[in-house]
Design a protein. Sequence first.
Length: 282
Amino acid sequence: MTTTAAAPTTPSTRPDITSTNLAQQSWIMVKRNLIHTKRQPEMLSDVTVQPIMFVLLFAFVFGASITDTGGVSYREFLLPGIMGQTIVFSAFIVAAGITSDLDKGIIDRFRSLPIARSSVLIGRSIASLLHSSIGIAVMAVTGLLIGWRIRNGVLDAVLAFLLILLFGFAMIWFGILVGSLMRSVEAVNGVMFTALFPVTFLANTFVPTGPMPTWLRVIAEWNPISSLVQAMRELWGNGPAAAPGAQLPLHHPVLSTVIWAVALTVIIAPFALRAYNKRTAD
């Protein structure tokens, strides 16, 4: 009777774990979200197909009926407004993404990793801004093709785009808040659409506020979106300065936009972080 000697076992070697800082962890989360978008390219329809559709629809259908735009063509008047609406809707993206990750248990898996909890939110926020920036770029190219122009200097043009990103950062905190509170993506869509869609229209985004009833015009001109849109129009040379009777924010739109963005972030961020921490607590 012969015996077969057992093969010597080789001890398994554990791969080295390299420590990472918050910036590296956040960038990994950004890449994770971008890879997810790459594998599902239909997720880009809201920043590719929809911007083109909105610009063409408003420019050629509704624009034919709107003539009082302060001496500029409606197409130039329109582009800053529709870009402002697009960056506001960036809150949709981050809210739906966070709710989906929470619902599928992906956040729980991240918590088992040696990473900072905040890196998940930072990565999601940066990815959301990049996602919305694609829509802004698509709108800009579409606008150039139909007659929109930036008529002021390069510095003013860059400042306007930076204001869009700053305001988008504030809206992302609102998205984090809603995404942490809601239990399904369907609920997120319902709440965000109900909250944001009227706000983007009750402003100077698509029509001047002058012909509105006085009480409605005051509300529209104090709307933070109106300050953002007015700032872009003035910086890009796409519209006149605010009328003498306009509310204070429209007379100082750039400063007002910065103040609104900072104020919204300071007010909403603590509630958003508390809701997220409560949702992901043990």
